[in-house]
Ligand binder design. Structure first.
Ligand code: F6P
Length: 361
């Protein structure tokens, strides 16, 4: 028999560390079991493209970013994009995935992914496939786990960017706006803004008031601080306004890609304060590179726990990090809702206590 592994959705630091932990644990506990890695996310399972994995294949993977299996965030087997006479149609090809799993004698499929891939895993489990979910995303927006791996690494990159922007902002007396990822959640903006000493943090959970943001910068100017650092989450928007969409990926089941609010904020702040402003869009740098020590350890714990939970006879669950411990939750619970920053969170209270503005007061 064999086990299958795939990585789905946007990549993030730590995916390779999970693959390594899965392979090493499986080979120690079940040396006869074949391990098969499907390539490019669910597309590999649809097209039956895979590679065998042994401990030799995972040498040196712990610090390596990305995923050796490849990934895709537009290949949902339940809504697979197919061009029919030049028109894009979405077909259900989930039975092909199930046939391919049978052909490869797959007993259990380990799906390493975010909300999209874990929802697909859940749908497959409804059709009888045994799956174990392993949550990843830089956005940290999965409600059933306190942290996903990848998030800490993205925060590291954004914090480093803020440290670097500080020196140039101060030298030129400018407002520096840093736009970070996170989709509909403000976790990356909040954590990096706190760690990087931002003056203003704008997150989707708190629609901001233009006057309040301008006031904060003007107040700093009046205090003799002629530069300011603003972190804007890509999903942030002003009161009565809308999120800025950068592009649509029509083959994706979640087609809108956010981006562009940073420039809007920088332009507005220049006008209302008379200070020069510049915007930096950090983009996919946040997903690139190797994982932090925290993410390496979390990814390893998730990989080991995923194998152990399957060996204990559980499946259709997701591993999760709750209250400092790695545990499991039913997959159906894991995908129920997105985790947004609570507006009364202790982190926001802390930030406000040291004068950081969220544009709401
Ligand atoms: O979900 C991870 C993420 O990086 C988001 O933060 C971002 O909005 C999105 O993916 C970008 O997607 P893509 O790589 O398709 O542009």
């Amino acid at each position: 028999m064999a086990v299958g592994i795939l990585t789905g959705g946007g990549d993030c630091p730590g995916l390779n560390a999970v693959i390594r932990a899965l392979v090493k644990t499986l080979q120690q506990k079940l040396p006869e079991e074949k391990i098969i890695g499907f390539l490019d996310g669910f597309r590999g399972a649809i097209e039956n493209r895979s590679v065998p994995l042994t401990t030799k294949d995972v040498v040196g993977l712990l610090p390596k970013g990305g995923t050796i299996l490849g990934t895709s965030n537009r290949d949902n087997p339940f809504k697979f994009p197919v061009s029919v006479n030049g028109t894009l149609e979405f077909h259900d090809v989930s039975d092909t995935v199930i046939e391919n799993l049978h052909k490869n004698n797959i007993e259990v499929l380990f799906v390493i992914g975010g909300d999209g891939s874990l929802s697909i895993a859940h749908e497959l489990s409804q059709k009888g496939v045994k799956v174990i979910g392993i949550p990843k995303t830089i956005d940290n927006d999965l409600d059933a786990t306190d942290f996903t791996f990848g998030f800490d690494s993205a925060v590291r990159t954004a914090t480093k960017a803020l440290d670097m922007l500080h020196t140039t902002a101060e030298s030129h007396h400018r407002i520096m706006v840093l736009e970070v990822m996170g989709r509909y959640a403000g976790w990356i903006a909040l954590y990096s803004g706190l760690a990087g000493g931002a003056d203003v943090i704008l997150i989707p959970e708190i629609p901001f008031n233009w006057d309040a943001v301008c006031r904060k910068i003007q107040q700093r100017k009046a205090e003799g601080k002629h530069f300011s650092i603003v972190v804007v989450a890509e999903g942030a928007y002003p009161e009565g306004g809308e999120r800025v969409i950068a592009r649509y990926v029509k083959e994706s089941t979640d087609p809108a890609r956010l981006g562009g609010i940073g420039q809007v904020v920088a332009d507005h702040l220049s006008r209302c304060t008379g200070l020069e402003s510049r915007v930096t869009v950090l983009g996919h740098l946040q997903r690139g590179g190797g994982p932090t020590p925290f993410d390496r350890i979390l990814a390893t714990r998730f990989g080991v726990a995923a194998v152990n939970t399957w060996l204990q006879g559980n499946y259709n669950v997701m591993v999760a990090f709750l209250g400092g411990r790695v545990t499991t939750v039913p997959l159906s619970e894991g995908i129920k809702k997105l985790k947004l920053v609570p507006v009364d969170s202790e982190l926001i209270v802390t930030a406000k206590a040291i004068g950081i503005s969220f544009g709401d007061e």
